[in-house]
Ligand binder design. Structure first.
Ligand code: HEC
Ligand code: HEC
Length: 208
């Protein structure tokens, strides 16, 4: 009798903790500015072009540092999962080309599209970003400098960067991540417009 009661109590405690977590998460989502992006046009009142460019990039930073992007741009060889960005379970690694180690490729589990019944995200070229494109643990200013650096960004000029974020299916996945995952802030189109406006204003980076 006693162990049964104990486990019932433990079960109840778990349930309560779960509810508290869900409540905390929804409160988080409701925070002003948390899940939205300011439209690029709303920055036109900043007269100084450099300041405007920096402000545009800071707004982009909301997306770049979001778990939907960050989980695939880790500093280690291991992707991360979920909004709390826990290390990927099971242990998988980047491998030589971002597609995983021989014998345990990403495509062993990740299909061509999201598989909602099991909560597994998917895409036609699911892979981990190269180490040179790691954003995890970096400031928005550092990510900005790195993003512009053609030695680290896959030899992309600004036009190619804008093209990448507006057409690459892994980037676009961030706004349709499947059931149970919070999408990146704003919309893909708003993010693309912010980056275009940032490029058009000289692609300035925040000071720190
Ligand atoms: C499933 C993994 C995955 C997700 C999710 C992902 N990326 Fe990436 N990202 C990659 C890979 C792989 C590359 C390298 C592609 C290449 O160079 O052709 C990359 C490269 C990039 C680049 C090129 C330049 C650079 O220095 O990083 C940008 C910009 C980028 N991603 C933006 C994003 C944004 C914004 C999001 C979220 C909305 C995102 N990514 C989500 C895997 C991912
Ligand atoms: C053995 C199966 C398996 C392999 C292999 C695998 N994954 Fe996963 N992955 C999963 C499952 C299951 C989930 C969903 C669980 C979750 O998000 O909590 C997941 C979730 C993810 C997420 C989380 C997305 C998000 O934002 O929440 C990323 C990123 C990811 N995998 C990247 C990769 C990459 C990159 C590879 C290859 C290097 C890979 N995975 C290989 C099973 C696998």
């Amino acid at each position: 009798m006693r162990p049964l009661l104990l486990s019932a109590a433990a079960g109840l405690a778990l349930c309560l903790a779960g509810t508290a977590l869900t409540l905390a998460q929804s409160a988080n989502q409701a925070q002003p500015g948390g899940a939205t992006l300011r439209p690029a046009a709303s920055f036109s009142n900043i007269a100084n072009q450099r300041d405007r460019s920096v402000a545009l990039f800071n707004e982009m930073g909301k997306v770049l540092t979001h778990p939907r992007c960050m989980n695939c741009h880790p500093v280690s060889d291991r992707p991360r999962q979920g909004d709390i960005r826990k290390p990927h379970e099971p242990l998988v690694v980047r491998g030589k080309d971002g597609h995983g180690a021989p014998g345990l490729h990403c495509t062993t589990c990740h299909g061509k599209q999201n598989y909602d019944p099991a909560g597994i995200p998917g895409d036609g070229h699911w892979a981990l970003a190269p180490a040179s494109m790691a954003w995890e643990g970096k400031t928005v200013a550092q990510i900005c400098e790195q993003l512009k650096d053609q030695n680290r960004n896959g030899s992309r000029d600004l036009a190619a960067l804008v093209k990448h974020v507006t057409t690459d299916t892994l980037v676009l996945w961030g706004w349709k991540p499947g059931k149970g995952r919070q999408p990146a802030p704003g919309t893909a189109a708003e993010f693309g417009a912010l980056m275009q406006a940032w490029a058009d204003t000289g692609a300035a980076c925040p000071a720190s």
